[in-house]
Ligand binder design. Structure first.
Ligand SMILES: Nc1nc2c(ncn2[C@@H]2O[C@H](COP(=O)(O)OP(=O)(O)O)[C@@H](O)[C@H]2O)c(=O)[nH]1
Ligand SMILES: [Mg+2]
Length: 236
């Protein structure tokens, strides 16, 4: 009982800070994307390929969370956008106060169109922690199995969009695209699914189009959530 109360208090405090952050970013017209997946699903790799394609097109910054190391920030730094590592030293998710602590960095980056937050690798812990984002985007890689939307329904239900990553590996795996699409639709009917390979570039164009849609929508004062579709796309 006491444990439940403490958790409720923590979440309530988190929500208050997240509301402040959301207000701040609404004023700045910055789209904030919270990337969530298991460790190793390809969040940082997706960001590497996304940042490479956004150079001289959008003003972007990245906050990246990990339990230890600044490896991911070092991987993302070469693309010329401001990147800041948040080390949680044990915590399995980012909380709004950690993001708020870096608000100054984000502000110093100037009028941003897009802020990516790469959450700590975990399909459970980050789910309940609002970071003031416009969209939670969940990644699932082909090597993780088709059943993950059913096993971790909360994050797949809350996500505004989903990506199936590492589709280049499909010929080597017993993985059914039909089944993963079905499982995702069962948990979250209508959520857009981008089927991508960072390695080959397949599907990245559709993912970028969706990001541009978010940026345009925020500039006009809305947030777009996408339609009922899955997108296999061409190499982007
Ligand atoms: N074959 C293949 N491997 C990928 C792809 N995307 C990521 N990986 C590999 O998956 C591993 C974990 O990727 P990373 O981006 O660090 O995952 P994160 O922990 O979610 O940030 C790395 O060895 C990547 O090279 C992809 O599209 N295809
Ligand atoms: Mg990473």
């Amino acid at each position: 009982m006491v444990k439940l109360d403490v958790r409720a208090n923590v979440l309530e405090a988190n929500d208050k800070i997240a509301a402040r952050l959301r207000q701040e970013w609404r004023g700045r017209r910055t789209v904030v994307i919270n990337l969530i997946s298991s460790p190793g699903s390809g969040k940082t790799t997706l960001l590497e390929h996304t940042l490479a394609r956004l150079q001289s097109r959008l003003r972007v910054a990245v906050l990246v969370g990990d339990v230890q190391t600044d490896n991911d920030a070092r991987r993302l730094a070469p693309f010329g956008f401001p990147v800041r590592q948040i080390v949680t030293a044990g915590d399995c998710h980012l909380e709004a106060h950690l993001v708020e602590r870096h608000l100054q960095f984000v502000e110093a980056a100037g009028g941003l169109d897009l802020l990516f937050i790469e959450n700590v690798g975990n399909l459970v812990c980050p789910t309940d922690y609002d970071l003031g984002e416009d969209a939670k985007v969940v990644l699932l890689s082909t090597t993780e199995g088709e059943d993950k939307p059913l096993k971790y329904p909360a994050i797949f239900h809350r996500a505004t969009a989903a990506l199936l990553t590492k589709t280049d590996l499909l010929p080597h795996l017993d993985f059914s695209l039909e089944l993963v699409r079905h499982n995702l639709r069962t948990v979250h009917p209508g959520v857009p699914l981008f089927e991508v390979s960072a390695r080959t570039g397949v599907g990245l164009e559709a993912w970028l189009d969706w990001l541009f849609l978010q940026v345009r929508a925020k500039c006009s004062g809305n947030t777009v959530t996408g339609g009922d579709r899955h997108v296999r796309g061409r190499a982007g």
